[in-house]
Design a protein around this ligand. Sequence first.
Ligand SMILES: Cc1cc2nc3c(=O)[nH]c(=O)nc-3n(C[C@H](O)[C@H](O)[C@H](O)COP(=O)(O)OP(=O)(O)OC[C@H]3O[C@@H](n4cnc5c(N)ncnc54)[C@H](O)[C@@H]3O)c2cc1C
Length: 398
Amino acid sequence: MKHIAIIGAGPAGLMAAEAAIEAGAQVSIYDAMPSVARKFLMAGKSGLNISHSEEAALFRSRYRAPGSRLHEMIAAFGPGDVERWMNGLGIESFTGSSGRVFPATMKASPLLRAWLARLREGGARIHVRHRWQGWDEAGALVFQAPDGEVRLKPDAVILALGGASWSRLGSDGAWAELLAEKGVELAPFQPSNCGFEVAWSKRLLDGFEGAPLKGVKLSAGQQAGQGDVVITRRGIESGALYPLSADLLRQIEETGSAQLKVDLLPDVDMDGLRRRLAAANPKDSSSNRLRKAARLERTKIALVNEIARGAPPADAGDLAAFLKALPVRIDAPAPMDEAISTAGGVSWDALDERLMLKALPGVYCAGEMVDWDAPTGGYLLTACLAMGRAVGKAAAAS
Ligand SMILES: Cc1cc2nc3c(=O)[nH]c(=O)nc-3n(C[C@H](O)[C@H](O)[C@H](O)COP(=O)(O)OP(=O)(O)OC[C@H]3O[C@@H](n4cnc5c(N)ncnc54)[C@H](O)[C@@H]3O)c2cc1C
């Protein structure tokens, strides 16, 4: 029986284990942390968005990955398969009005419990507190474990070590150095689906740090997102920013900063807003005009004054245009460790069509550690599961 060592017990590694077991292999799973799948469990805290029900071509278009291999893997194990797989573990699914797919309980823990039970039934041995440290001179894997060093030489190795954010959950990206030493081509890690830094004035922060801008529309380049945005000490945080993060990062890389447009009143059309502002009492102060005629709440008025440096346009047409496209200067992404996901990692050129490392025959890679990117919305987990499935099968068949 073929013995496969899987390093990294996140969704990609666990799905690789499942596919390898189905293909008749014996599987040992190793993770550095005291328990498995910590990021997956964290993802479930705010509702585990495991996939998306939109049409297949649109779904695949959400991914940024050179070449078509990721698309092929998602075509082989896509959103419908993810949902059926979850249902097969006894977890009902729920599709939100946006098309996002979740477990009906929203949490990850019942799904993870059922999944681990099935893997153990299939003979998987799970070793936590085993930090992989590379290979020895004889080509054996080396782990630092509670009782000292562990060395082993399995028939195949699957690396599913995750990206480089939320290091406290295990995904620290430290593996990149081990692969670089072996001549594996890597793309630098970059934060994705992240918050951004804005140099707010002390005055704004004193009054409004932690306050939400409710129901605003954000845009950058061709991308847009809508939702609540929180003003933080460092800048802004919002799920509505995530679809824009790739465009904002590109702008920052090219010019040193990026411009975010904030529509404070996405449900009011420009002409209606202009008329309301024009009809305001001319004796009203600028802030009263924003409150009464534009019906803006305090945080939004504070942001208008911050961006306009206390002097918003007086003309009703100019002011309406300003409120519907407030230009906010973004200086940098928030620190990478706080990002939901990271782009970069193992280059596609370093992998063959089965996701085996060309420089290290018998060693496969899956999940966020490979250089691809996608917005939130269930795309990240679906790709990790699809890649895990593909490498599990490939390693067992090799
Ligand atoms: C707050 C938050 C919310 C999220 N919400 C969603 C969501 O709703 N939908 C979605 O699609 N995605 C979501 N994500 C992203 C998603 O969780 C990740 O993309 C996914 O977990 C990546 O899976 P992975 O298996 O590739 O890696 P990971 O889940 O990061 O797992 C990698 C594993 O490798 C282990 N490891 C690393 N180095 C070593 C080593 N040297 N030795 C041994 N073990 C090692 C780690 O301990 C870890 O357990 C969210 C992420 C966060 C942080």
